[in-house]
Ligand binder design. Structure first.
Ligand code: SF4
Length: 422
């Protein structure tokens, strides 16, 4: 659609970005969206008219290749270009999402205190005020429709919509699986089971409740409500997260029901984004309980499936200190099951988390290396190892040195877990 200029504003009612997610070292936009460009900023809106990204232009902006992105949970994320600082090696991504809340720690600076970011938000508010008084005579129907949608999605409404999203699924998603980085964290969340099996002492994201499945009526209710919630913008989604912390334990029947219903009711076959993906967390015990039938079912779904398992450590002293009710033997067995499944099923990938923290016993990292190097006969490209950061990571340079040494020795891809909520 041809852009239209109003004074210094260029309005593009609809634009098409890439139709698949890529690892790319320059700013890239996905799916279908609208844009309003001023002299200093590019504002992009999703198909509901909700602000989606803000990117500065020229002087007064931090870096021409960096931008702000708003999530469906109404958090702003600053995408920092990390390619030239080696962030790709550490995170698997060229851009590091920096969050306004306590999260990843060592990568990227907190940009939310910077005057440039404050000014970008002020510019968005000024744009909204300006659109209210814009003369709409002689404008096309598409332009008028876009302006109406944008004006209906002011900051207060965006906050209420995030609350609505959380109401539908039963609360905020405290943490997304690390593999959701493959879809720039743009997932539709569906809760199929609450709580988790272990309630580990160290964990900051647990609900504190025991594991409990949702019933099929509730899952269907969520999917239909989510379809109404995402509304016109649903065509930009091709990825689903089955929550909460151990959806794998929900079993074959419920996982298949949720995945297939989501695919059909959300009409993901019509998404402008290709290669649908399904994400879930699992635990050591849910991995043991999952039989071949479960993985065959996943392999036959219209999604590529990513399951992330919290192993945390293979060191008995560390497991005891973090109060994770597992043994070295169980963690080792789960690790080898992960390797076997990754080789057996082309459309299923299991990744594993291990903790990283300065206060963990010295035996922790060597125990993980024993597993991920000494117990593997060659390098496997499938099945990433994620280091999940604890509050005290220690000096940044030590973290980077330890990580680099580990990555060189490990026989699996290794990254840091970029913890993000929704
Ligand atoms: S680490 Fe996983 S299993 Fe342990 S309390 Fe947190 S969410 Fe539950």
């Amino acid at each position: 659609m041809k852009p239209c200029e109003h004074d210094d504003l260029t309005i593009t009612p609809e634009k098409q970005g890439a139709d698949r997610y890529m690892k790319i070292s320059y700013p890239f936009r996905y799916g279908r969206f609208s844009g309003i460009k001023s002299r200093q900023y590019i504002f992009q809106f999703n198909l509901n008219g909700e602000i989606k990204t803000i990117q500065g232009r020229g002087e007064g902006w931090l870096d021409a290749s960096e931008w702000l992105k708003r999530t469906a949970g109404n958090d702003w994320v600053y995408f920092a270009a990390g390619g030239y600082t080696g962030a790709y090696d550490f995170t698997g991504e060229y851009y590091v999402p920096c969050l306004p809340y306590d999260s990843n720690g060592i990568f990227g600076q907190n940009r939310f205190q910077s005057p440039e970011v404050t000014e970008a938000f002020a510019a968005w508010h000024r744009l909204m005020d300006r659109l209210k008084t814009l003369d709409l005579r002689d404008r096309t129907e598409e332009e008028k429709d876009l302006i109406r949608r944008v004006l209906a999605m002011g900051p207060k409404v965006l906050g209420q919509r995030a609350q609505r999203l959380h109401e539908i699924i039963g609360g905020p998603v405290s943490v997304l699986p690390p593999d959701t980085r493959h879809v720039e964290y743009d997932i539709i969340p569906i809760t199929i089971a609450d709580g988790c099996l272990y309630n580990c002492g160290f964990c900051r994201v647990k609900s504190g409740n025991g594991f409990k499945r949702r019933d099929k009526d509730d899952i269907r209710r969520q999917i239909l409500a989510l379809k109404a919630f995402y509304d016109r913008d649903i065509v930009n989604y091709n990825a689903v997260f089955l929550g909460q912390h151990d959806a794998l334990f929900a079993g074959t029947n419920l996982i298949e029901f949720a995945a297939r219903q989501a695919y059909e009711l959300l009409e993901l076959q019509n998404s402008v984004m290709r290669e649908p993906k399904l994400f879930l967390f699992g635990s050591v015990d849910s991995l043991f309980r999952a039989d071949a039938g479960l993985f065959e079912m996943l392999n036959a779904l219209p999604f590529e499936t990513y399951i992330n398992i919290g192993l945390e450590s293979a060191d008995p002293e560390t497991l005891s200190r973090i109060q994770k009710p597992l043994t070295r033997e169980k963690v080792t067995r789960a690790f080898h099951r992960m390797i076997t499944i990754n080789q057996a099923y082309s459309r299923v990938e299991i990744s594993a988390n291990f903790l990283y923290g300065a206060d963990l016993p010295e035996t922790h990292i060597p125990a993980i290396l024993e597993l991920t190097r000494n117990q593997l006969d060659h390098f496997y490209s499938k099945g990433a190892i994620y280091f999940s950061p604890l509050e005290n990571m220690g000096p940044v340079q030590t973290v980077k040195n330890t990580f680099t040494e580990f990555k060189t020795l490990c026989r699996l891809p290794v990254y840091f877990y970029l913890i993000q909520r929704l």
